[in-house]
Design a binder for this molecule. Structure first.
Ligand SMILES: Nc1ncnc2c1ncn2[C@@H]1O[C@H](COP(=O)(O)OP(=O)(O)O)[C@@H](O)[C@H]1O
Ligand SMILES: [Mg+2]
Length: 317
């Protein structure tokens, strides 16, 4: 699980987010939609929660597994097969490769002793693979890949030969594979997904939606797909670019939309009230300021008016 305490996130010298206390917390069963306008800092914040970036201030504590899908994928080793990249999430790729090597030896080696050695080695590897649930896992990985429109032909290619969209789907498949243990047991993986529906077709999006609905290990998802958010999330973090704060709504998508509209109306009202009072104060100050003896009092009044305006938020355009 993830807890961020007294977090401050910056891009260069600009503060994107200050989150005092430990309001930013992901626990099992949380399915959080992280929303806000373009450039608000969603991607930067998620990177920091994933541990791939350092906050300007505060700290982030993580426990259990994290499955992070960045918005822009990292370039790793592109020489491996796509299916090995997926299987590597549970350490099964090396075992499978080892098994294939011994299998080849069994077929090629003429010397009987050498062949027996390969057979015994293969047997031991196979036992381990089987004990780790390798066969079930292998077919599960294939099922996830097919659901993301990645056919066997693609899975048997090197990552280097895949398109950007295919590579990103392989990364998504890898993360979802690591989060599902196949036995239907509870997952302790926190999924951090930055725009996971990019490069997905409609069928794949539907499949992803139901996968995420039944994921019980914790989730933060950044998405423009309001249908996905509507069906999946039970909490919303709204990153307000104007105030540089995160508003936390512990409710599903529809209720969040209503609650935020109410919050914004309240802020508009507060702002209008403050402006009215401030302008009255400034008028009074202007009258007073004409007399030299009252200049100090007038100055105080103007300052008070400005403080009043600072305390309410700017109105969002
Ligand atoms: N490496 C960087 N240096 C300076 N500014 C950056 C950097 N990366 C992103 N930004 C700026 O930080 C802000 C937040 O970006 P980002 O986290 O990608 O927002 P979002 O995902 O909400 O669209 C943007 O204004 C962006 O221009
Ligand atoms: Mg982003």
């Amino acid at each position: 699980m993830i807890t961020a305490t007294d977090l401050e996130v910056r891009a260069g010298v600009r503060t994107l987010l200050t989150a005092p206390g430990s309001g930013l917390r992901v626990q099992a069963g949380d399915r959080i939609g992280l929303v806000g306008r373009n450039g608000a800092g969603k991607t930067t914040t998620l990177r920091i929660l994933a541990g791939e970036g350092e906050p300007y201030a505060g700290k982030v504590i993580r426990s259990g597994e994290i499955g992070y899908l960045p918005q822009d994928p990292r370039e790793g080793n592109l020489d491996i097969l796509a299916k090995d990249r997926v299987l590597s999430a549970r350490g099964l790729d090396t075992l499978l490769r080892e098994m294939e090597k011994q299998q080849a030896l069994m077929a090629e080696v003429a010397d009987e002793k050498e062949r027996d050695k390969a057979i015994r080695k293969y047997g031991r590897l196979e036992e381990r693979f089987s004990a780790l649930g390798g066969y079930v896992a292998e077919s599960e990985a294939a099922r996830i890949c097919h659901s993301l429109a990645l056919p066997d032909r693609v899975l048997n290619q090197e990552l280097r030969t895949l398109s950007g969209g295919q590579r990103r789907r392989i990364e998504l498949a890898r993360i979802l594979f690591s989060a599902s243990d196949g036995s239907g047991g509870k997952s302790d993986t926190v999924l951090l997904l930055d725009e996971p529906t990019n490069h997905l077709d409609a069928d794949s999006i539907n499949w992803l939606r139901s996968f995420l609905q039944s994921h019980d290990g914790g989730l933060i998802v950044i998405s423009h797909d309001v249908e996905l958010l509507g069906d999946v999330v039970n909490k919303v973090w709204f990153l307000d670019a104007v105030r540089g704060e995160a508003d936390i709504y512990n409710m599903g998508w529809k209720k969040y939309l209503d609650a935020r509209a109410t919050d914004e109306q309240r802020r508009v009202r507060e702002r209008a009230n403050a402006e009215k009072k401030a302008s009255a104060l400034k008028q009074q100050a202007a009258k007073l300021g004409a007399k030299a003896t009252k200049a100090a009092a007038a100055h105080q009044m103007v300052k008070r008016a400005e403080r009043m305006l600072n305390e309410v938020d700017d109105i969002r355009v």
